[in-house]
Design a protein around this ligand. Structure first.
Ligand code: IVH
Length: 697
């Protein structure tokens, strides 16, 4: 443009203005034909072409954007962000395997779970192997063949409505041919190809904007744009690899599903392969690992999926990942850099973690300036010192770690690192309990660092998920005494004016924050339990507790009663399959602290905590009943028996007590069957149990 004379520039602008006007009119006419009259007059591809051209021009010449531009109509997203979408079927993540052993373990686990495979090693376990695309997952919903919604994954249960942005994806079928299920949700990965990423970053730099760290970030930043016009000019691609809600089953294997999707016009990864056995699955990994550098896009591993849909259904899920799939990651990327400092981070339960502050270095496309040194023993074993040259390694989204020291480059006067005996934050003693690797601050409730981390955990995505309240805000609010306990967050509305007056805030952002806090006053019991940040109580344990006790009151009363060793409440707690004595100890310790009970009561007054909702099990006769499986069963593994019982609303316990309703005995059942007889608990054969299960189906 700089080469143009003023006259030429003027002519150019007039031409562009005219083109934009014509495009606007054409798109409007096609929109009316499509939406109002249900009778499109051009192909989806041609329509996309028009929109694409318009949005590209608008992005390049923002001054020329017309008030009646179609981009304003769809792009006029609410200022507060994207709308929310509740996923009809949750969007899950995947378990990771790092190396061949992990992968084999996954296969063995599947074979153990599906009893017929455990019994007969000659039955092959077919798997589909697909490249693991390093992008962000999306869900596309079609109703009667028409795209109605595009959503990001979000926390898996609720994502963001990015429909307007999704429509600008080049390969997106807007309308599907007849014959597809009425409701069809397809899922996949949006990504940016490597060359597109490089070109985008060059443009960013030329325009004086910050370049993106890697193609994944660029893809996420481009899709999650409130301004649709920006998304439209960013070169995004996608692959579909899974289903969400569907009104009719599509195929009885994953491979079959993929073929169908391909036939319907969705881009599916051409490298995917159906592997007849473990051997070919392993070979696929080796092949891709060799050739991946030459691919047009980044992949960070291979995803393996059990092919048979009925087996997938039986295998089900463990917390947030399917039991029928796994991601085998490629080996980590490495780089060398200098340790500038070693600091100690205090976790929410007091764990002291040494962290190396590094001279920033790019590891596999990502700038790394911190790496974990794990714990006291590890730092001593590797003898990492300030000033050392070290090899750092980064695998996927796992925290980078220091692998080893380059002893030959060690500065002469360096001194071994001495792990502190006190908490760097509150000065309390740091102790290491027997058998533990972690040193822990004993400051508990008085340690500000622990309080800060607990609070960050409390508002994080998996717990209260309060939008707009990040770690930095929490830190600042705590430093100024605006919040001291978690319940204070729900009283922040009293300080709205004060917040609005703070640096970096304003009336609008303060209002938005209060609104997003108010939106989160309702929470499920399991999420609430997890939010408390009790030691060892992760998401899966929180779910177990919620399922067992049902309501906050019942749980709290039981935890207080369990303090008495040998009490029935203690036995009930440790009887829950998945809760051991050490976890029980931490739970009891939490409830033994009067501060915690006060904080709980305070939270209760601010919140609406929903009782655990048992899965919809119809008229299952076993819902709410406690069952113990013992001995080896005939038709299913104990693992599968447990999962199926839980799906019917039953609780599965590890040992027999007066509270047990049924003991299901297989062959060679031992002491548990005897104990059931002693206590007069109903004993069922596997056959009888299956009959009950059949009634529930
Ligand atoms: S399947 C229920 N297949 O990896 C199964 N995921 O680390 C859900 N991903 O959230 C995922 N390529 O965003 C699947 N071929 C592929 C994938 C893939 C990339 C992503 C996806 C998922 C994440 C888990």
């Amino acid at each position: 443009m700089t080469d143009l004379t003023p006259l030429e520039a003027r002519a150019e602008i007039e031409t562009l203005t005219a083109e934009i006007e014509t495009l606007t009119a054409k798109i409007k006419a096609h929109d009316d034909a499509y939406y109002q009259n249900d009778a499109p007059t051009i192909s989806d591809g041609d329509y996309d072409g028009l929109r694409h051209r318009l949005l590209a021009l608008e992005a390049a010449f923002p001054d020329l954007v017309r008030d009646d531009s179609p981009s304003r109509r769809v792009g006029a997203a609410p200022q507060s962000g994207f709308g929310k979408v509740t996923h009809a079927v949750p969007m899950l993540s995947l378990g990771n395997a790092f190396g061949e052993d992990d992968f084999r373990e996954f296969v063995d686990g599947v074979r153990r779970f599906l009893k017929e495979l455990a019994d007969d090693p000659t039955i092959p376990l077919e798997m589909v192997a697909e490249p693991k695309i390093d992008g962000l997952s999306i869900s596309l919903r079609y109703e009667k063949g028409v795209l109605v919604q595009g959503a990001t994954r979000g926390d898996g249960a609720t994502g963001e409505d990015v429909t307007a942005n999704i429509r600008s994806l080049k390969e997106l079928p807007q309308k599907l041919a007849a014959g597809v299920p009425d409701v069809l949700e397809v899922r996949g990965e949006v990504y940016m190809a490597k060359h597109d990423f490089m070109a985008l970053n060059q443009r960013q730099e030329k325009d004086g904007k910050k370049p993106f760290a890697n193609p994944r970030n660029a893809a996420a930043g481009s899709l999650r744009q409130l301004d649709t016009a920006v998304t439209a000019v960013r070169p995004l691609s996608f692959f579909i690899y899974a289903l969400g809600e569907v009104s009719d089953a599509i195929a009885d294997t994953h491979w079959g599903v993929i073929e169908k999707l391909k036939g319907w016009g969705f881009p599916v990864n051409p490298l995917a392969e159906l592997c007849a056995d473990t051997q070919s699955a392993l070979a696929f990994y080796e092949r891709l690992n060799e050739t991946r550098a030459g691919l047009a896009y980044d992949i960070d591993g291979i995803v393996y999926k059990v092919n048979r849909s009925d087996w997938q259904a039986r295998l089900g899920f463990v917390s947030r990942a399917p039991r029928w799939a796994i991601a085998r990651k490629f080996p980590a990327e490495k780089a060398m850099t200098v340790v500038n400092d070693i600091i100690i981070q205090v976790g929410r339960t007091g764990t002291l973690t040494p962290v190396a502050r590094l001279e920033p270095v790019t590891v596999g496309g990502v700038v790394v300036s911190n790496a974990t040194l794990h714990n006291e023993d590890e730092i001593a074993r590797k003898d990492v010192r300030v000033g050392d040259w070290v090899i750092v390694q980064r695998a996927g989204d796992v925290i980078p770690q220091v692998l080893e020291v380059q002893l030959g480059k060690r500065p002469k006067n360096s001194k071994p690192y001495k792990f502190p005996d006190t908490c760097p934050d509150c000065g309390s003693h740091a102790v290491r309990e027997e058998g533990e690797v972690a040193k822990r601050c004993t400051g508990g409730l008085v340690c500000p660092a622990q309080a800060l981390e607990r609070m960050k955990h409390f508002v994080s995505r998996e717990t209260f998920d309060i939008e707009g309240l990040g770690g930095k805000h929490i830190e600042a609010f705590m430093a100024d005494g605006l919040i001291k306990t978690p319940a204070d967050i729900f009283r922040l509305s009293e300080h709205e004016t004060a917040i609005a007056g703070r640096d970096g805030w304003g009336d609008k952002s303060a209002r938005n924050l209060i609104e997003s806090i108010n939106e989160r006053r309702t929470i499920s019991l399991d999420r609430f339990i997890f939010s408390l940040g009790i030691r060892q109580v992760g998401q899966a344990t929180a779910k177990l507790l919620a399922r067992q006790y049902g309501s906050l009151r019942a749980w709290r009363d039981a935890m207080i009663a369990a303090k008495i060793h040998g009490s029935e409440a203690f036995a009930d707690l440790t009887n829950i399959d998945g809760i051991g004595p050490s976890m029980a100890k931490d739970l009891i310790a939490f409830f033994d602290e009067s501060h915690n009970l006060e904080a709980l009561g305070d939270l209760q007054s601010q919140l609406d905590i929903h009782d655990f909702i048992a899965p919809d099990v119809g008229a299952s006769p076993v819902a709410g009943k406690t069952v113990v499986f013992t001995g080896s069963l005939e038709t299913m593994s104990r693992g599968e028996a447990k999962v199926r019982a839980e799906a019917m609303g039953a609780k599965v316990a590890g040992s027999v007590s007066k509270k047990t309703d049924y003991v299901v005995v297989g062959s060679d059942a031992g002491s548990k069957a005897r104990r059931a007889a002693e206590l007069g608990v109903t004993v069922l054969t596997e056959q009888q149990w299956l009959e009950i299960a059949a009634k529930a189906d």
